[in-house]
Write a protein that binds this ligand. Structure first.
Ligand SMILES: [Zn+2]
Length: 261
């Protein structure tokens, strides 16, 4: 990871949290079980992910799984002191060593939400084709601009780009998912089939993305998939309804808040 504006901003923000005593107060509130902290990752380095696990462990946090979180909410049980939930989006290839390896080493539960098409078909995630094409001057639209396009139009553009710009696989393989799932600490959830922005999909597309990714993952894992993460965290009541119909128990978004009862 290079030094970016984001890193510098994070450095000043964390320094402020430490210096102002805010972090101490937040830790005390977490210790009283007022909320649960939920942290999500995409494709962290092994060093970054390990340092996050160690930080929470050294500060007295206990890791709980998504299933334990859902059980607490369903049974209206009080939150345990200093609890944290780790989730990971997309299903990046590097997650095998950088996430699963560390989760098993430190015995911490992690849920990886994988999109099934990039796993099944190889190649890169769609935004990598768009970013590469923009870099080469083939398109003028940005990745964040494309996220607002109607999904069918975005898919047509991306499949054209994928034919002209060959990119290496970015997601894990089916065999890697099956191998990781054999461990004791990593479980998989769904993150749609093609990683569209669900709110830009037609009713039928949105429903299929939610339903088919669950069926596919269940076939690979030979067990029930209960959890889902919205691509980009975006959803409407329509997606919640499809999740209910498809038999999911919980879904994750990206809103930066603590989990409260
Ligand atoms: Zn994602």
């Amino acid at each position: 990871m290079g030094i970016s504006i984001r890193n510098i901003a994070a450095y000043f923000f964390s320094t402020y949290l430490l210096a102002s005593g805010k972090l101490r107060k937040l830790k005390a509130a977490a210790a009283r079980g007022e909320f649960i902290i939920s942290v999500y990752f995409h494709d962290p380095s092994r060093e970054l992910f390990e340092s996050c696990v160690r930080w929470f462990q050294q500060h007295g946090f206990q890791f709980i799984s998504v299933q334990e979180l859902v059980d607490l909410l369903r049974q209206s049980k009080p939150f345990p002191p200093s609890a944290v939930v780790f989730t990971v989006d997309d299903g990046w290839k590097n997650n095998r060593t950088n996430i699963a390896g560390i989760a098993e080493k430190y015995k911490v539960p992690v849920t990886i939400f994988a999109s099934t098409d990039p796993v099944e078909k190889g190649g890169a995630f769609w935004w990598s084709y768009a970013a590469k094409a923009a870099q080469k001057g083939l398109i003028t639209e940005t990745v964040s601009g494309l996220k607002k396009w109607p999904d069918t139009e975005r898919k047509i553009l991306i499949s054209k780009l994928a034919e002209t710009i060959p990119l290496q696989r970015e997601a894990m393989t089916i065999a890697e998912i099956q191998e990781i799932a054999k461990g004791n600490f990593v479980q998989f959830g769904s993150h749609t089939v093609t990683h569209p922005i669900l709110t830009t999909c037609s009713d039928l597309q949105s429903e299929l993305e939610i339903k088919d990714s669950k069926t596919t993952l269940q076939n690979w894992l030979q067990k029930e998939v209960h959890f889902f993460a919205y691509p980009n965290g975006l959803f409407t009541q329509r997606e919640i309804n499809y999740l209910h119909h498809s038999g999911y128990d919980a879904a994750f978004t990206t809103v930066p808040v603590y989990i409260t009862p």
